[in-house]
Design a protein around this ligand. Structure first.
Ligand code: NDP
Length: 434
C-alpha cells in the first residue's frame, strides 16, 4: 500500500520516517523562535543553544496556552462549518486503486472568500485584532504540534477499527501505518472528508490567514506596511487564491488520490504548512525591507507569471483528461499515449498520458514554476539571512523526491506505456538537464 516502501531501500525509508517524526516538531519551534526572537539569524539561535543546551531548548518551547487552544478551536470549527454547510457543485474524484469514486462538494472558493472577508472585517470593526495571533504564534504552533499528533493517532485507530471505504489497509507495520496512513479517503459521517479539511480548509486556508496576519502585525507595529511585505503577501495570496480556484483539481493530485491520511500528509498540512510555508512572511514582520517601487513591481510580475504557469500546467493536464484528449493544447491537437492498467480488484482500465504542451517539456515541469514562485515571494527579504529561504530549499527537496515517487508509482501502474512516455519525454523536471 504506502508508496514509500517501494521507492527507497527499507533502511532509508525507516530512517527518513523516524527522522521526520522526531525532528519536524522541534524544527517548527526553532524556526519560529529564530524568526520572532533571534532576528531570523540561525547563528544567534545556534549560539543560544550552545550556551544553554537542552534546558535552553526546553525553555524556549512555548507551552500551549488556553488562548492558543481557543484560537485554533474557533478557526477549525469555523472552517469545518463552512466545509459542511456552504453550497457547492457536486464533483467526483478520480477512480481509486480499489475502484471507488469519492464524491466532494466543491465550495472551497466560497469558504476562502468568507474566511478572508470575516477575518478582515473582525479587524476592521475592532472585534478581533489579528496581531494577537502573531503575538501567540509560538503557543499556537506548540498546541498544533501536540493536537495534530493526537489527531494522527485518531486516524490510525480509525483506519483499524472504522475505515470509511475499501481504500484502506494496514502494511502490518505500526510505524508505516502511522506515518503514511491507512485510509485514502477517511470521512466523518458520509460528507465530512477529513483530507479536504486537513489539507485544504485548515492547512492551505491558514497560509492565507497567516499571510494577512503578518501584514497586519507589521502595520500595527510600524503604522505602515513595507513594499517587501506587500509583495510577499500579495504573491502568497495569489498562490492560495489559485489553489482554491482550482481546489477540485487538487482532489485529482497525488496528495488526495494516492497519499493516505497519516502523519506525512495530515500532520504536514496541520502544522508544517501554517509554520514553514508561511515563514518568509513571518520573517518580514520584523524586517521591513524597502525594495523601491520598480524592483517591487518586477518581483511581483515575475512571481505572478510563475504562479500562472504552474496553474496552466495543472489546468492543461486536467482539461486533457476531462475531455478525454479532445481539447487543444497550445493551439494544437494534443499528442498522447493511451495507457492501460489494472486496478487492485483486477479490472483493466485505460488512461491518457499527455505528451505535448507543458507535459511534453518534462514529466514534472509544473514543479519548476512552483519553486520559482516560492523564490519570488521570498526574495523581497533580500539576502541578509538564510532562514527565509528555508521554504524554497525544503520545497525543492520535496518536489524532487515527489517526482521520483510519482515516476516510480506511474511506472508500476502503467508499465510499458510509462516507459514509452519516458522515451518520448526524457527529462524528469528540468528540460535538458534533469
Ligand atoms: P499531479 O498529481 O498533478 O500529477 C501527477 C499525476 O498526474 C501522476 O500521478 C499521474 O496520475 C498523472 N500524470 C502524470 N503524467 C501525466 C501526463 N503526461 N498526462 C496526464 N496525466 C499524467 O502532481 P502533484 O500532485 O505533484 O502536483 C499538483 C500541484 O500541486 C502542482 O501545481 C504542484 O506544483 C503542487 N504541489 C505543491 C506542493 C507544495 O508543497 N507547495 C507539493 C506538491 C505539489 P494518474 O495515476 O492519474 O495517471
Amino acid at each position: 500500500m504506502a508508496e514509500a516502501k517501494t521507492v527507497h531501500s527499507p533502511a532509508l525509508t525507516y530512517f527518513s520516517m523516524i527522522s521526520l517524526l522526531t525532528l519536524c516538531p522541534p524544527f517548527v519551534i526553532l524556526l519560529w523562535y529564530t524568526m520572532v526572537h533571534a532576528d531570523g539569524s540561525v547563528l544567534q539561535t545556534w549560539d543560544y543553544l550552545k550556551q544553554h543546551g537542552v534546558q535552553g531548548f526546553i525553555d524556549i518551547w512555548p507551552r500551549p496556552t488556553a488562548i492558543a487552544w481557543k484560537l485554533i478551536a474557533c478557526y477549525a470549527a469555523f472552517e469545518a462549518a463552512l466545509q459542511l454547510f456552504l453550497p457547492g457543485k457536486t464533483v467526483e474524484g478520480p477512480i481509486s486503486p480499489c475502484g471507488n469514486r469519492p464524491v466532494y462538494k466543491a465550495n472551497g472558493m466560497q469558504a476562502y472568500a468568507v474566511t478572508l472577508i470575516t477575518y478582515l472585517s473582525l479587524w476592521w470593526f475592532g472585534i478581533f485584532n489579528p496581531a494577537i495571533v502573531y503575538d501567540h504564534l509560538g503557543e499556537i504552533y506548540s498546541a498544533l504540534i501536540f493536537g495534530s499528533l493526537i489527531f494522527c493517532i485518531f486516524l490510525y485507530i480509525k483506519g483499524h477499527v472504522a475505515p470509511s471505504s475499501t481504500d484502506s489497509g494496514s502494511s502490518g507495520n505500526i510505524i508505516i501505518d502511522f506515518y503514511w496512513g491507512m485510509e485514502l479517503y477517511p470521512r466523518i459521517g458520509k460528507n465530512f472528508d477529513i483530507k479536504v479539511f486537513t489539507n485544504c480548509r485548515f492547512g492551505m486556508m491558514s497560509w492565507a490567514v497567516l499571510a494577512v496576519t503578518y501584514c497586519i502585525k507589521q502595520y500595527e507595529e510600524n503604522g505602515k506596511v513595507a513594499d517587501s511585505m506587500l509583495v510577499n503577501t500579495i504573491l502568497m495570496l495569489v498562490y492560495v487564491t489559485k489553489f482554491f480556484w482550482w481546489e477540485a483539481g487538487y482532489w485529482n493530485t497525488m496528495d488526495i488520490a494516492h497519499d493516505r491520511a497519516g502523519f506525512y500528509i495530515c500532520w504536514g498540512c496541520l502544522v508544517w504548512v501554517p509554520s514553514i510555508y508561511t515563514s518568509p512572511g513571518m520573517y518580514l514582520v520584523n524586517h521591513p525591507v524597502n525594495l523601491g517601487t520598480q524592483l517591487a513591481i518586477y518581483i511581483l510580475a515575475a512571481g505572478i507569471t510563475c504562479i500562472y504557469i504552474n496553474y496552466d500546467c495543472d489546468r492543461q493536464r486536467q482539461e486533457f483528461r476531462r475531455t478525454n484528449g479532445k481539447c487543444l493544447v497550445w493551439g494544437k491537437a494534443p499528442s498522447k499515449i493511451v495507457a492501460s492498467y489494472t486496478t487492485t480488484s483486477g479490472e483493466t482500465k485505460s488512461s491518457l498520458l499527455l505528451t505535448s504542451g507543458w507535459w511534453g517539456l518534462s514529466r514534472h515541469f509544473h514543479y519548476v514554476p512552483e519553486i520559482l514562485a516560492a523564490f519570488f515571494w521570498t526574495v523581497p527579504a533580500l539576502f541578509g539571512h538564510f532562514l527565509p529561504y528555508f521554504y524554497v530549499l525544503f520545497l525543492t527537496i520535496l518536489l524532487f523526491d515527489r517526482a521520483k515517487r510519482d515516476d516510480d508509482r506511474c511506472r508500476s501502474k502503467y508499465g510499458k506505456y510509462w516507459k514509452k512516455y519516458c522515451e518520448k519525454v526524457r527529462y524528469r523536471i528540468i528540460p535538458g538537464i534533469y
